[in-house]
Design a protein around this ligand. Sequence first.
Ligand code: F6P
Length: 505
Amino acid sequence: MTDTLTALWAELEQIAFPSLTALFADSDRLARTVSTLDLADGAIRFDWSKTHLCAEAQAVLTRIAEHQNFADKRRQLFAGEPINTTEGRAAEHTAERGSGSPASVVEAEALHERTRALVEAIHDGLFGEVRSLIHIGIGGSALGPALAIDALTRDSARVAVHVVSNIDGCALEAAFRRCDPATTMIALASKTFTTTETLVNAASALDWLRAGGVDDVYGRVIALTADPDRAVAWGVDETRVLPFAQSVGGRYSLWSSIGFPIALALGYDGFAQMLDGGAVIDRHFLETPLADNAVVRAAFADLIYAQALRCQTRAVFAYDERLALLPSYLQQLEMESNGKRVTAQGAPLTRPSAPVTWGGVGTDAQHAVFQLLHQGTHLIPVDFIAVKVPGHDLDPAHHQILLSNCFAQGAALMAGQASDDGARAYPGNRPSATILIDDLTPAALGALIAFHEQRTFVSAVLLGINPFDQFGVELGKAIAKKIESGGGAGFDASTEALLALAGIG
Ligand code: F6P
């Protein structure tokens, strides 16, 4: 790290952050820290007022951004330049939602048309009666579809999608129990088409179809991949291979053909609305000055907590059952992107990298883990995510109580409460941000996800790391492969004993 950069981070660390209540003494606090972005069918309010983002920190972080050529890096991202330096390629997920280099946008649109055609063919009955899709993929090839389908199609799916990721056969068996082989198609989602879990699950799914009396099992398979040749070599007919660009990273891929199951469950137009919602964030991120930029503000607050106040985790609580899978989605997005120990140039990172992302749903989490948030010794910045329109038709009291609790938690964390009895005292000054969505439409979900992608990107740029590779996952995979191929000797005594006990290797 250069001396200037080291000095800038030191400046951030030395700020005497005012308390949250002191920050609220500024009558313009909300104007400075809250943004409302309009979508085609509603708005999203990003309220960062109850964080320690103050003018002084904003100024230092802006200088760090300038030092790290943030504006140019952001331009490179959208221009499709090779910003993923360690792998020598671009990161073109934004082109999937129309915000990229013209050539990449045109290519993405053409590939989306193939997705649309296949979805509509299935809906129109060209593959016979299709009631279920077993979507097999893992990591970025599963988490996005699982989140979107759970959020948007709970009781309205046009085709019931069961997302299976784990190699543990219990996961696949659970899907089999809910499907009839005669009316089920299989989607194999893998950017590389080499992932062990996905290929082993795929083979078992074909066995299940065969055992269920399906003659042409390969005729039921669709592949979603950036390596169409491998999918064809595996046995998928090329008319049912939906490719996407190599420059779209796995954890950023739900916008590409990996979103096929979303489109199948929701209808293609709904999927297209998700893309449009993502594009609204892209435009805001690209065009809004840093001080008013909701994405940049969120990332700046993240950096205050992780870098200056050394928080090791950040928590996300969705006060909406439909967003129950959001924390797992964000875990991969943030931890696989920014959990790095070297800079993009390979020099040691001398600062903490991404905090651990964790979370759950409200109000459940209130009755389980919030004790620590209010009175524990860790400082944990919290994001609350809530939706104004309920996702159910029950008594409106449910939703009023849900939202009251959500807002009460943010207020309580910030204000705290004095007491002579230490056990009953709440220190307060604990930060939270609130994202309030008008209605959980496809566009709103697309915007919510894109907001987090870009927020992760900003942190990476300021830290000088490459958020688009994930070499850290390779070593464990290689060792597992070695064990599977019988080359499992020569480990430490603990591993040897475990392997022997399990009869492996
Ligand atoms: O092992 C991590 C990872 O490479 C993720 O980055 C990726 O989303 C996941 O595995 C699945 O990879 P693929 O889509 O190539 O099967």
